[in-house]
Ligand binder design. Sequence first.
Ligand code: HEC
Length: 227
Amino acid sequence: MKNLTKSMMVVALATIAGITPVINSCVHQPFVVPDSLLAGDPTICFDRDILPIFQSSCAKSGCHNAASHEEGYVLDSYAGILKKGIVKGNPSASKIYQSIIGAPGVDRMPQVGPSLPDASIQLIKRWIAAGATNDTSACSDNCDTTNYAYNSAIKPMMQKYCAGCHYTSPKNFNTYTDIKEQAVNGNLIPCIEHASGFAPMPESGSKFTDCQITVVKKWVAAGAQEN
Ligand code: HEC
């Protein structure tokens, strides 16, 4: 009787204080991912938008490629990325997402070199939130050969496909100066064209499409400007 009175007092006081007491607040509902989220984000194409980030920043030799696979993570394919690191619909529960944002208690990835650019982190987050699908319907080639300006075409391309490995001088592909240097010294184009006698680039990723190669060539031909 005494206890009942006491709890009624607490309820009354909390109500006076403007707090509505929640009865049974400790029952946890399992988190159910809504189907709408798992349907995928129609603007994200895994092969075009997500895989190259992993290939350039994580699947390099000594990290998470098929030969080294640190801690069993092989991050060079859809199946490998999904296997251990992703909880569909839930970025913050996904080990891969926790590691790229450097969440407390998780090793920050990539372990060597700078963190992923914010745009890549946001894209991966959106992709996981939308169900981490391998939807090919979004995979139209959105490359445009009429846009070969440095800031809108070349820089994002180099950041996404190349700077995961090349982040130190004299080949820091986050910087205009170093990209231009490789363009004018005659290495850049043969490397992306996989010409014989040159290291085929991006090293652990798919070859650029004809359109992407054309964009780089046009930029170089027009003077490799910082435009
Ligand atoms: C997975 C890692 C990795 C990625 C991704 C990568 N590279 Fe490389 N790249 C290397 C390595 C390793 C070398 C050889 C050592 C060096 O020269 O730094 C190299 C060398 C080069 C060279 C010098 C070749 C020469 O003969 O001197 C160029 C130019 C180059 N890469 C351009 C690129 C471009 C452009 C991209 C993106 C399209 C790219 N790389 C993506 C690892 C990578």
